[in-house]
Design a protein around this ligand. Structure first.
Ligand SMILES: *[C@@H]1O[C@H](CO)[C@@H](O)[C@H](O)[C@H]1NC(C)=O
Ligand SMILES: *[C@@H]1O[C@H](CO)[C@@H](O)[C@H](O)[C@H]1NC(C)=O
Ligand SMILES: *[C@@H]1O[C@H](CO)[C@@H](O)[C@H](O)[C@H]1NC(C)=O
Ligand SMILES: *[C@@H]1O[C@H](CO)[C@@H](O)[C@H](O)[C@H]1NC(C)=O
Ligand SMILES: *[C@@H]1O[C@H](CO)[C@@H](O)[C@H](O)[C@H]1NC(C)=O
Ligand SMILES: *[C@@H]1O[C@H](CO)[C@@H](O)[C@H](O)[C@H]1NC(C)=O
Ligand SMILES: *[C@@H]1O[C@H](CO)[C@@H](O)[C@H](O)[C@H]1NC(C)=O
Ligand SMILES: *[C@@H]1O[C@H](CO)[C@@H](O)[C@H](O)[C@H]1NC(C)=O
Ligand SMILES: *[C@@H]1O[C@H](CO)[C@@H](O)[C@H](O)[C@H]1NC(C)=O
Ligand SMILES: *[C@@H]1O[C@H](CO)[C@@H](O)[C@H](O)[C@H]1NC(C)=O
Ligand SMILES: *[C@@H]1O[C@H](CO)[C@@H](O)[C@H](O)[C@H]1NC(C)=O
Length: 317
């Protein structure tokens, strides 16, 4: 079986975003072999000191994250048994939802991964742990994306893309360079007299503004591969992420302002990315991935367009 297919089967693709809570099927991506800066990951042994430390660390993320505005990093242990853990909630979630999502994500990591470096992404939070201090790492090896299956209507697609581009660059500036925002920004821009494109950006708030801006600008360059003419999409890494939709997916009150609770995410999406490239290989795959075909999994809802889950990763140093 090719690594691509292995990847397929290890991923639980989100077909339906229904609930703001954190359910297993909501996970956007699980990476049990999450290498940072080329450092290889090994598995830990059951009941080792590392394992014990991990079992203490992960619950401490959810018990502390809500105290500190949706972000928390900590470490436990000594030497080769030391574990570093980090959680980042989406900037607009309530403390309860953040804690809940973190709790769930941490338990999933513990039960699904056995490596010394793993990460999991949900719509509303992401949790990472490693035996390496990765807290201030600002380059990313992993990009993945999720797109809405629906395309913008032909007559509006050019205006949509233009407005989206303006919005994305504005949000990158706000996210990176307006410190009071905590490296999270949302906004909207009209693309016709009645329609808007909505955007959201976030960086891990322990990196510099410059590093955040650089990451987001790279994320923006992935849009053509990810979801150029789609009505919605996300480009995600450990360091920063972006999302756009043609309907609101965060509280309207958030546009240009601080947080309230999010509205329900709207639509079914696909997860994907370019074909995997080996460590140290080319930063970009030369070709676009073929449209992945449906390999098992739940049948699409009859009211929705057919979907085809797939996923991958790319080096990006
Ligand atoms: C972890 O990922 C690296 C790079 O992607 C790969 O070379 C290595 O074989 C992977 N290890 C496991 C156990 O999957
Ligand atoms: C780590 O464990 C997973 C299963 O939990 C296994 O698939 C993988 O090959 C192991 N990796 C190494 C390097 O032993
Ligand atoms: C780990 O510890 C638990 C309980 O402490 C025990 O049930 C389990 O068998 C142990 N596993 C290994 C691989 O030693
Ligand atoms: C560790 O424990 C898990 C379940 O608790 C089991 O699935 C896995 O095979 C064990 N691994 C080793 C190396 O004992
Ligand atoms: C984090 O949570 C743990 C309990 O899981 C607690 O012992 C610790 O004091 C908390 N740390 C902070 C900084 O609040
Ligand atoms: C969290 O990460 C930052 C950036 O590396 C670091 O300065 C800080 O000490 C870390 N916090 C903890 C509790 O480890
Ligand atoms: C937290 O999760 C539980 C079950 O996973 C759910 O019943 C509860 O409503 C969630 N709470 C919040 C605030 O999301
Ligand atoms: C990142 O953190 C490490 C260890 O805490 C420190 O040595 C290094 O200078 C930091 N790098 C940046 C860019 O802040
Ligand atoms: C949407 O556009 C993409 C890329 O142009 C195309 O591959 C896909 O078939 C289109 N989807 C629909 C539902 O028309
Ligand atoms: C989003 O775009 C689709 C496709 O062009 C369109 O059918 C739908 O009405 C749009 N939604 C909004 C809220 O503008
Ligand atoms: C982003 O900020 C830079 C530097 O302040 C500025 O030159 C640029 O025009 C801004 N871009 C947008 C889209 O606001």
């Amino acid at each position: 079986m090719s690594p691509f297919l292995l990847y397929f089967s290890s991923l639980f693709v989100l077909l339906f975003f229904h609930s703001p809570t954190c359910n297993a099927e909501d996970s956007l991506k699980v990476e049990c072999n999450n290498t940072y800066n080329g450092i290889t990951v090994a598995n830990y042994t059951n009941n080792s000191t590392f394992h014990t430390n991990l079992k203490i660390l992960l619950p401490s993320l959810s018990s502390n994250v809500s105290l500190i505005k949706g972000f928390y990093n900590t470490s436990i242990g000594e030497g080769s048994d030391k574990v570093y853990g980090l959680v980042l909630c989406r900037g607009d979630v309530s403390p309860d939802t953040c804690r809940n999502c973190t709790n769930f994500a941490s338990a999933e990591l513990l039960s699904r991964c056995q490596s010394r470096s793993s990460a999991i992404w949900y719509d509303l939070c992401q949790v990472q742990y490693s035996d390496t201090n990765f807290f201030n790492f600002s380059t990313t090896k992993w990009w993945f994306w999720v797109w809405n299956q629906i395309n913008m209507t032909d007559s509006e697609v050019e205006r949509f893309k233009n407005s989206r581009a303006l919005l994305m660059h504005e949000l990158a500036n706000k996210t990176a360079y307006e410190p009071l925002r905590g490296m999270f920004a949302t906004g909207k821009k009209s693309y016709s007299s009645t329609n808007n494109v909505f955007g959201l950006m976030q960086c891990k708030p322990v990196i510099s503004g410059e590093a955040c801006h650089k990451c987001l600008e790279v994320a923006i360059t992935k849009i053509p591969e990810c979801c150029d003419s789609r009505i919605g999409g996300r480009v995600v890494s450990e360091v920063c992420s972006l999302r756009f939709e043609n309907i609101t997916f965060f509280g309207e009150s958030l546009v240009g302002g601080p947080a309230h609770s999010p509205t329900l995410p709207p639509v079914p999406s696909l997860v994907g990315g370019p074909p995997p490239s080996p460590i140290g290989g080319p930063a970009h795959s030369p070709t676009l991935p073929p449209a992945p075909s449906l390999v098992g999994g739940p049948p699409p809802s009859p009211t929705l367009p057919p979907s085809s889950p797939g996923e991958s990763k790319v080096n990006e140093i």
